[in-house]
Design a protein around this ligand. Structure first.
Ligand SMILES: [Zn+2]
Length: 203
């Protein structure tokens, strides 16, 4: 596959068909913007990239780091984090934002969310996602403190930060530009939300 480039609009998501060996590069042109990253086995979407299985059986680490191999819900390798151009500003602690989260935060009416974004782009493929996998939260400054407290620090990722993953099997990858904008309480996306850029192929 030649390299193809895409723009993900603020608050929106795109899905990508990637073959084993292909790479995907997620770029944050504005900085300070979280990307929720999901991956599914292309031939069986019920099998998905699982943060929890990965940290038990592969990485033994709370955070995504370059060189790590991520596993599926069946503990099989699905992709590798091959290059981190974002100074390790990633986590997989927080569930994807969803309509209930915004309701709890006092938002009235509809609010775009990463969970809904995932469901919409997968539904367009005829795939019903009822359980939202734990995403890799790329470009996120949320951290667990030594005492176990989870703190969402102001998003310190920088313009041009990027991550590259390589597929270890054929995948459907979904990237959501997190729509979170309730910044007075949690500075998830500072000054945003913003869009993202994605390149796929033999990067
Ligand atoms: Zn989100």
């Amino acid at each position: 596959m030649n390299i193809q480039s895409f723009e993900i609009l603020a608050r929106a998501a795109l899905s990508f068909d990637l073959r084993v060996g292909d790479k995907i590069k997620i770029i944050s042109p504005h900085g300070h913007q979280v990307a929720d990253f999901f991956a599914f086995n292309a031939s069986n979407p019920a099998e998905y990239l699982s943060a929890r299985h990965t940290l038990v059986s592969s990485t033994r680490h709370l955070y995504p780091r370059a060189g790590q191999i991520f596993l599926t819900s069946l503990r099989r390798p699905i992709l590798k984090f091959v290059e981190d151009g974002a100074n390790e500003q990633h986590e997989m602690l927080l569930a994807a934002c969803d309509p209930a989260r915004y309701q709890l935060l006092g938002v009235e009416g509809h609010h775009a969310s990463c969970a809904e974004n995932l469901q919409v782009v997968m539904a367009a493929r005829g795939i019903l996602v009822t359980e939202i996998p734990q995403p890799l939260n790329l470009f996120s400054s949320t951290r667990a403190e030594p005492d176990g407290t989870i703190i969402t620090h102001p998003n310190s990722s920088q313009p041009g930060d990027y991550c590259i993953f390589q597929m270890l099997r054929d995948c459907i990858v979904v990237v959501s530009a997190c729509p979170f904008d309730v910044e007075t309480q949690f500075p998830v996306n500072v000054g945003g939300p913003h869009g993202l850029e994605v390149s796929v192929g033999k990067i």
